[in-house]
Ligand binder design. Structure first.
Ligand SMILES: [Cu+2]
Length: 234
């Protein structure tokens, strides 16, 4: 699945899962929709296809994912992404930079060095991931930090794909000027001057802050039960 899609309210967004080439069914569940799930989100069996469209009437930061049972297994295998429905022009101040981060968890049966690691159900049930990730990879932003020039307004859209653990989103060295904790981007719901924004699994949030230094360090303040190998701050 692609990492993100953007649209404006009242525009039509379409989704298609064309010719499922896998060995098991999959599906596409958009949290940004108000739609009959049995029709739109149903299982697509190998060799079959599905397509549907919906009006993106609700501004916000939403998750989409494969909703086929066992849902947690499909999500924990990376079948998810973010869809950002922008509010009408002028509702939010223009940001100098926009970043979309999708948090997730890898539950693995091996270190994956000699052969690809597979999903480990026991670890998923115990909620003990090997890795906590942003945008698919643990630690990638330690190596390649997100950047902004001092004084720029930076907007983060954060989705927590889970499947199980919340993300407590914080940017080291600054405070969010405005935060929409459930991602609806309605100014009436905004919080101001908050240090950490909690994003529940299966939800999104939007927050803005002004950059102080050229390179951001973000972190998830999710505490244990991370295993000793699990890395936060990715
Ligand atoms: Cu799937």
């Amino acid at each position: 699945m692609s990492p993100r899609r953007c649209s404006s309210p009242s525009t039509t967004s379409s989704s298609s899962l064309t010719s499922n080439k896998g060995a098991i069914p999959h599906s596409v569940d958009f949290h940004a929709t108000r739609i009959a799930p049995d029709k739109a989100f149903g299982d697509v069996f190998p060799g079959k296809s599905v397509s549907y469209s919906f009006r993106a009437d609700d501004p916000g930061v939403f998750m989409y994912h494969c909703g086929t049972k066992l849902v947690s297994m499909h999500i924990a295998n990376g079948m998810y992404g973010a869809i950002v429905v922008e509010p009408p022009a002028g509702v939010l101040p223009q940001a100098d930079r926009n970043y979309v981060l999708v948090a997730g968890e890898w539950y693995l049966d091996s270190d994956g060095l000699k052969k690809p690691a597979q999903f480990n159900m026991a670890k998923a049930h115990a909620r003990q991931p090997d890795w906590m990730i942003f945008n698919g990879y643990a630690g990638q932003y330690v190596e390649h930090p997100l950047t902004a020039k001092p004084g720029e307004l930076v907007r983060f859209r954060v989705v927590d794909a889970g499947p199980s653990l919340d993300t407590d989103f914080h940017v080291v060295g600054t405070i969010f000027k405005t935060a929409y904790t459930f991602g609806d981007m309605n100014p009436a719901d905004a919080l101001h001057d908050v240090q950490t924004v909690t994003v529940p699994a299966g939800a999104g949030a939007s927050s803005t802050s002004r950059s102080i230094s050229p390179a951001f360090t973000r972190s998830s303040h999710t505490p244990s039960p991370l295993s000793t190998r699990a890395k936060s701050g990715s």
